[in-house]
Design a protein around this ligand. Structure first.
Ligand code: SF4
Ligand code: SF4
Ligand code: FES
Length: 238
């Protein structure tokens, strides 16, 4: 198998041909922040938290969808990247309605963790306070669009692991939203197997088990890893 040699933060590392900068960095123990990346499903480069600087390019590149190449010189933690990552997280908070104190994922939320990681102590942008709905038509689960950061982890897990493709992305710009079925109430989508994988994949309190109270939602990443392994090894068919 072809192998590339590159430098990340002055550390010489090797990457398999086709491997992304993110995977190569993680293999070498180098941390790059991510929100939309989920081990085992495809990458879409939605959140832009994993942006890195590459020598010779004046554009910041998302590490999760950029292939490592021979001789690349990558920087993952520059002052510029710290600024951009913090701005990105501030914009996520300004764009939705994230009232953490009354969220099912409070204290177990990847968005909160990211805010801490990037050192966000306040938001410099005007809050949009969009009007968004909560859908509790499903007998077991609910989706609160106020807390959705459009990472599409639910979309990819439901499509690529469960094979049900209940979720999708509709509209453009600030009207973009996650929809179930053909923009139907979730409970009316017959394709949903009620497996709960989207609940575990969601990094915020947006998709939750009905009856969950403030702070009680804890993502079960091990369950997802188990499912992904079983699927990779062909233990089930679609
Ligand atoms: S419960 Fe399972 S089938 Fe239903 S939307 Fe979530 S991931 Fe898809
Ligand atoms: S519902 Fe959750 S997993 Fe789906 S896009 Fe929104 S934040 Fe991401
Ligand atoms: S993790 Fe790369 S863009 Fe979200």
């Amino acid at each position: 198998m072809a192998v590339h040699t590159l430098t990340i933060n002055d550390q010489l590392i090797s990457a398999r041909a086709g491997e992304t900068i993110l995977d190569a960095a993680r293999d070498a123990g180098i941390h790059i922040p991510t929100l939309c990346h989920l081990e085992g499903v495809s990458d879409v480069g939605a959140c832009r938290l994993c942006l890195v600087e590459i020598d010779g390019s004046n554009k910041l590149q998302p590490a999760c969808v950029t292939e490592a190449a021979e001789g690349m010189v990558v920087h993952t933690h520059t002052e510029k990247l710290a600024d951009y990552r913090r701005i990105t997280v501030e914009l996520l908070f300004a764009e939705g309605n994230h009232v953490c104190a009354v969220c099912v994922a409070n204290d177990h939320c990847e968005l909160q963790d990211m805010a801490v990681e990037v050192g966000m102590d306040h938001v410099r942008f005007p809050y949009q306070h969009p009007e968004r709905e909560v859908d509790i038509s499903h007998p077991q689960f609910g989706i609160d669009h106020n807390r959705c950061i459009l990472c599409t982890r639910c979309v990819r897990v439901c499509d690529e692991i469960e094979g049900a493709h209940v979720w999708d992305v509709a509209n453009r710009g600030s009207d973009t939203k996650i929809i179930s079925g053909l923009n139907q109430p979730w409970g009316e989508v017959e394709a949903c197997t009620s497996c709960g994988k989207c609940v575990d994949a969601c990094p915020t309190g947006s998709i939750f088990h009905k009856g969950a109270t403030v702070g009680s939602k804890q993502g079960d990443r091990q369950k997802l890893e188990f499912l992904i392994n079983a699927r990779t090894k062909g233990e089930w068919t679609r």
